[in-house]
Design a protein around this ligand. Structure first.
Ligand SMILES: Cc1cc2nc3c(=O)[nH]c(=O)nc-3n(C[C@H](O)[C@H](O)[C@H](O)COP(=O)(O)OP(=O)(O)OC[C@H]3O[C@@H](n4cnc5c(N)ncnc54)[C@H](O)[C@@H]3O)c2cc1C
Length: 474
C-alpha cells in the first residue's frame, strides 16, 4: 500500500491541542503537525497500511518515530528479525517530525558534571564513552541517509555575562576528564565566524554536533527497515494489552496482534492507558518551534550568517536556533504546559520576541511554520532503555528529555540487542540508563510515588516561573 503524500492513512485531521497526559485515546491516523519538516521531506515511504485482522508475530515495536524505526531497522540488520511496527498515527508523527533536528553528543538533559555528581567519575566516563559511540553511529547514519546533515558542532551561547563562568567550567570538565577539545569563544569571535547573534556574551563550542532534517532521517531509516522485511502499520494505535501465557495480546482498532516480544518506543506521546509499566512514568513537556520565510541576502548579511552550526542558549528553558538549508531561521523553546493552552498566541510571541532580540534585523519577519510537540521527560531527566519487569518480554526506550535526535538511533540499536538477549555479558548494560527502570515522580526528595503524578503539572508551572525569574531577572 502506498502512503501517497503521507495522506492515504489520514483518518483524522491534525489535533493541535492533543495532550497525551489527558487524552482519551492515543490518536488514530491523525494528520501530521504543520511542521517545516513535513512540508519539505517529500512523500513518506510506502507503508503496510493499518492492521486489518488478527495476527501472530514475533516482535512488535510500538511507535514509528526515530526510536521505533531504528529499533526495527537494527533488529532486521543486526539480528535478522522482521519486526512489526504499530503506529497510532503516521510514520514519525510525534517528535521525529517536529524537532529542532539538533543532533548532540548527549542523551537526556543532564550535563557531564551532573553525571559525575550523581554517579561518580568512573560511571560518568563509561557513560560518556557509550554516548559518544552512539553519537558516532548517528553521524555515520547521517552520511548514509540523505537528511541535509550539517556537521558543524554546537554553540552553547551565554545569554548573560554570568553564564560565561558556567561555560568555562563545563568546557574544562569536558576537556580534562573526557578528552574533548571544547573551546570557549568570545562574543566577537562568534560574531565574526558564525553569526551576529546580539544577545549573547560568548559561547562554548562543542565540536560534536550534526544538524539534520529529522523527518528525512526517520523516513530514510524506515526505508532501510522495510527493505529488510519490516512491516509498518500506521493508524494502528495500541489501545490496550493483555498477556496470556507469555503472549502479549495487543489491541488495535483493526485487530489483535499477538506478539512474543514488545518494545515501547512511544516517547512523549506515551498514552497513559497503554500499559501499567509506563503509566505516570513519563512527563510529556511541550516544546514549540517556528521557521521563518527564507532570509534575503541583505538579511543574511545584516545578521552576518556565516555558518549553519546549531545554537542553544544557557537559559534553563533554553532557546534553540539555527539557519536551515534554504536560509530560513528555525527557533524554538518551551512555554505552554497543557495542550489546551498551546494555541495561546503568547507562546508564539515568546519565540518571535526571541528572534527580534537575538537577530534585530529579523524583527517582525514572517513566520511560515509554527508547531509544537511533546518531549518525554523521565523522573531523573535521563532515558531508560531497559526491560522493566523480568517476568515480561517487554522493553522500552524512552525519556530523552528533548535530547533524542541523535541518541534515539543508538537506543534503537541497544534495545534491539536486549530483545534478542545479547545484553547478558556486556558491561555497558550496567550503566544507569540501562540497568534501572523508569520511576514515579519524587517531590522534594521524598519517597517516589504514583500519588504525586497528578501534581506534576502544578510543580512544572511554578518551576517555569522560577526559571524565568532566574534566567531573566537575577
Ligand atoms: C519541538 C521539538 C523540538 C525538539 N528538538 C530537539 C533537538 O533539537 N534535538 C534533540 O536531540 N531532540 C529534540 N527533540 C526531541 C526529539 O525530537 C525526540 O527525542 C526524537 O525525535 C525521538 O523520538 P521518539 O522516536 O522517541 O518519539 P516520537 O518521534 O515522538 O515517536 C513516538 C511515536 O509513538 C506513537 N505512539 C504513541 N502512543 C502509541 C500507541 N498507543 N500506539 C501506537 N503508537 C503510539 C506516536 O504516535 C509517535 O509517532 C525535540 C522535540 C520537539 C517536540
Amino acid at each position: 500500500m502506498n502512503a501517497m503524500n503521507g495522506r492515504s492513512t489520514v483518518l483524522n485531521p491534525y489535533l493541535s491541542t492533543y495532550d497525551p497526559l489527558v487524552a482519551k485515546h492515543p490518536g488514530r491516523g491523525l494528520d501530521y503537525a504543520p511542521s517545516y519538516w513535513v512540508a519539505s521531506a517529500g512523500a513518506p515511504p510506502e507503508d503496510d497500511g493499518p492492521i486489518a485482522g488478527d495476527c501472530d508475530v514475533d516482535v512488535v515495536v510500538v511507535g514509528a518515530g526515530a526510536t521505533g524505526m531504528s529499533t526495527a531497522m537494527y533488529l532486521a540488520e543486526d539480528h535478522g528479525i522482521k519486526a512489526v511496527v504499530l503506529e497510532a498515527n503516521q510514520t514519525a508523527w510525534g517528535c521525529s517530525s517536529r524537532s529542532g533536528g539538533q543532533g548532540q553528543n548527549a542523551s537526556g538533559r543532564l550535563s557531564r558534571s551532573q553525571w559525575i555528581d550523581r554517579w561518580g567519575m568512573d560511571t560518568a566516563k563509561r557513560l560518556d564513552t557509550e554516548i559518544r559511540r552512539g553519537f558516532d553511529n548517528f553521524k555515520q547514519l547521517t552520511r548514509e541517509i540523505d537528511c541535509d546533515a550539517f556537521d558543524g558542532g554546537h554553540l552553547y551561547m551565554a545569554h548573560k555575562p554570568a553564564k560565561m563562568d558556567y561555560l568555562r567550567n563545563m568546557a574544562q570538565v569536558r576537556n580534562d576528564f573526557f578528552g574533548y577539545q571544547t573551546k570557549i569563544l568570545s562574543a566577537d569571535e562568534v560574531r565574526e565566524r558564525y553569526c551576529d547573534e546580539r544577545e549573547h556574551h560568548g559561547a562554548m563550542l562543542e565540536e560534536e554536533g550534526v544538524g539534520v532534517h529529522p523527518l528525512k532521517l526517520t523516513f530514510g531509516i524506515m526505508r532501510r527497515a522495510r527493505a529488510l522485511g519490516v512491516k509498518v502499520h500506521p493508524a494502528s494505535p495500541v489501545q490496550g494489552m493483555t498477556t496470556v501465557n507469555g503472549i502479549h495480546h495487543i489491541h488495535t482498532p483493526g485487530g489483535v496482534v499477538r506478539a512474543k516480544r514488545v518494545v515501547f518506543c512511544t516517547g512523549g506521546y506515551t498514552w497513559q492507558k497503554m500499559h501499567k509499566l509506563t503509566k505516570n512514568k513519563i512527563l510529556p513537556i511541550l516544546s514549540n518551534s517556528v521557521v521563518t520565510r527564507p532570509l534575503t541576502d541583505a538579511e543574511l548579511a545584516a545578521c552576518n550568517f556565516k555558518s549553519k552550526t546549531f545554537m542553544t542558549d544557557t537559559r534553563t528553558l533554553r532557546f534553540y536556533y539555527r539557519l536551515l538549508d534554504g536560509n530560513r531561521l528555525q527557533l524554538g523553546s518551551r512555554s505552554s504546559i497543557t495542550g489546551a493552552d498551546a494555541e495561546d498566541p503568547i507562546h508564539l510571541k515568546l519565540l518571535t520576541d526571541a528572534i527580534a532580540r537575538k537577530f534585530p534585523p529579523l524583527a517582525g519577519i514572517q513566520i511560515d511554520y509554527s508547531w509544537w510537540g511533546w518531549v518525554d521527560v523521565s523522573h531523573d531527566m535521563m532515558p531508560r532503555i531497559t526491560r522493566p519487569d523480568p517476568n515480561l518480554n517487554i522493553w522500552y526506550a524512552v525519556g530523552y528529555g528533548g535530547n533524542g535526535v541523535s541518541f534515539s538511533t543508538w537506543a534503537g540499536k541497544r534495545v534491539a540487542q536486549r530483545v534478542v538477549g545479547k545484553d547478558i555479558d556486556q558491561d555497558v548494560f550496567n550503566l544507569p540508563i540501562y540497568n534501572s527502570p523508569l520511576e514515579y515522580p519524587n517531590i522534594m526528595n521524598t519517597v517516589r510515588s504514583e500519588v504525586f503524578a497528578p501534581f506534576r503539572r502544578f510543580g512544572q508551572y511554578f518551576l517555569y516561573k522560577w526559571y524565568w525569574l532566574n534566567d531573566e531577572k537575577l
